[in-house]
Ligand binder design. Structure first.
Ligand SMILES: [Zn+2]
Ligand SMILES: [Zn+2]
Length: 137
């Protein structure tokens, strides 16, 4: 049976799917997100590991220690380099953080908060959402 949400990398080699309607959907302005995404912010959301399924391809994990000091694995496509999702999150055990931009229909999921607003660049306007200077508490 096919899942509700699907996503893929830029070349289509890696594909994934999940059913969860995520509760935690963040637009994060931290320096890690800027550097890893190449943009001003990254929008991502949490999906239970038990629901998240890679349906084709072999994403490559890159282990990383975030600004918080906690470890995580960023997974990207080894062919096209697109960043897809984050696993082994020391701060959020049991969750996979999926990058919104890799969804086939990114319009289906909207951010619920903004975080690390202290790192937001001056030319970006706040969204009409709860704002957190650093991590949400
Ligand atoms: Zn790819
Ligand atoms: Zn971040």
């Amino acid at each position: 049976m096919s899942k509700k949400y699907t996503g893929q990398c830029a070349c289509g080699a890696v594909k994934f799917a999940f059913d969860t309607d995520p509760d935690f959907v963040a637009s994060c302005h931290c320096l890690d997100c800027k550097r890893a995404s190449g943009g001003e912010a990254a929008t991502f959301f949490g999906v239970p590991e038990s629901d998240f399924t890679v349906i084709s391809g072999q994403p490559k994990p890159h282990h990383y220690i975030a600004e918080s000091g906690k470890g995580l694995d960023r997974n990207f496509c080894p062919d096209c380099g697109a960043r897809l999702f984050t696993t082994n999150l020391e701060s959020f055990p049991g969750l996979v953080f999926v990058m919104l931009g890799s969804l086939d229909r990114p319009e289906l999921i909207q951010p619920k908060l903004e975080m690390f607003t202290k790192r937001r660049l001056k030319w970006v306007k706040p969204l009409h959402l709860p704002q957190f200077e650093s991590m949400p508490h």
